[in-house]
Design a protein around this ligand. Structure first.
Ligand code: BMA
Length: 323
């Protein structure tokens, strides 16, 4: 896809040596951005036409979880639909869904694919495609419940689609590793392989309880850059931070390097307080030809923020202290 629309960007603040830094005008989407919402967070954006489009997790004021479309000329000012996406049947007639949350979006070949956590007798991975962010064709769920954090790669491997996911339980899962699965047709998924397990508490505690893929992995000549979240169980509950790993270009279940230290952890008010405190939950990333990266993340299950970094520096960071 062409990458000529400038992505949101702000230079590293003077005096900072952080590999990733927050946008000074965060949060870019507030909790009441649309009349129906209680909170808007964990959301996905992509390049679309001359600007950007997105699929947003909006919990309404009954705190029903659903996904809504949105459009933006610059990736910062967003027009989000007040009503959730109404799916039509894609490769199945069974499009039942008790709830939808934590979407990811990727462009493959000729269309945009959306994955999300879909309520079907428990959380599993829902899949839909769209050409125009107006009509969405819902497909078969990828897996049996329980599963979350389904993230597609933006290309096929040996003719097959590839999806990262995180088998889980029906609640606030206290475990979880990242797997990959392959599909010839976006309907039947198999060849499940382990990608990455939680870390040893002594080595890297922020990711020792569960981990899950975040944005669609970013292609780099050195490997797929996979930004992910890691969770630590603390005296006041789960703490979600964001790290990164580099996966092999041809065999993405092979982890080449993985950050011992987090790239961004909850540290500012909108990440530390909200409906669920201490959450940084990345779901999308935009990159450009100069190697800049803008990561969109949910903060405290309440609002959306952006963090910036240079891909080269992130890779150096991962490699210089890898688990
Ligand atoms: C996870 C998901 C995310 C949420 C996170 C922190 O299990 O529900 O949507 O951001 O917990 O509450």
């Amino acid at each position: 896809m062409k990458k000529n629309t400038p992505i949101p960007w702000e230079d590293r603040p003077k005096g900072s040596s952080s590999v990733m830094w927050r946008y000074s005008k965060n949060p870019v989407i507030g909790r009441y951005h649309i009349p129906s919402s209680n909170s808007i967070f964990n959301s996905a954006v992509v390049r679309y036409n001359d600007g950007f489009a997105g699929v947003f997790r909006c919990d309404d004021k009954a705190v029903r979880m659903n996904i809504h479309t949105g459009f933006s000329p610059d990736g910062i000012q967003w027009q989000i639909e007040n009503e959730p996406i109404q799916m039509v049947a894609g490769n199945t007639d069974m499009i039942s869904s008790d709830y939808k949350y934590d979407p990811r979006v990727t462009f493959i070949e000729d269309r945009y694919w959306v994955t999300w956590c879909n309520g079907y007798f428990g959380p599993t991975i829902g899949i839909a495609y769209t050409f125009d962010f107006k009509t969405f064709y819902q497909c078969e769920n990828a897996f049996l419940p329980f599963n979350r954090n389904g993230v597609l790669f933006p290309q096929k491997f040996n003719g097959k689609y590839a999806m990262l996911s995180r088998p889980s339980d029906n609640g606030h899962t206290p475990f979880g590793d990242i797997y990959i699965s392959y599909s010839p047709d976006m309907k039947y998924w198999g060849e499940h392989r382990m990608v990455m397990q939680v870390s040893d508490f002594k080595e890297s505690a922020w990711q020792c309880m569960k981990i899950g893929a975040g944005p669609v992995p970013v292609y780099t000549p050195q490997g797929w850059l996979m930004i992910y979240h890691g969770v630590l169980n603390t005296a006041v509950g789960y703490r979600y931070a964001m790290g990164a790993a580099l996966l092999d270009l041809e065999t993405p279940e092979k982890v080449l390097y993985r950050s011992r230290k987090y790239l961004l952890g909850p540290a500012v008010t909108y990440e530390l307080t909200g409906d669920v405190p201490n959450v940084v939950f990345p779901c999308a990333a935009l990159d450009d030809e100069e190697g800049k990266l803008a990561v969109y993340y949910g903060a405290a299950d309440t609002v959306v923020g952006i963090a910036f970094g240079y891909i080269k520096e992130i890779i150096d960071f991962i490699k210089s202290d890898s688990l």
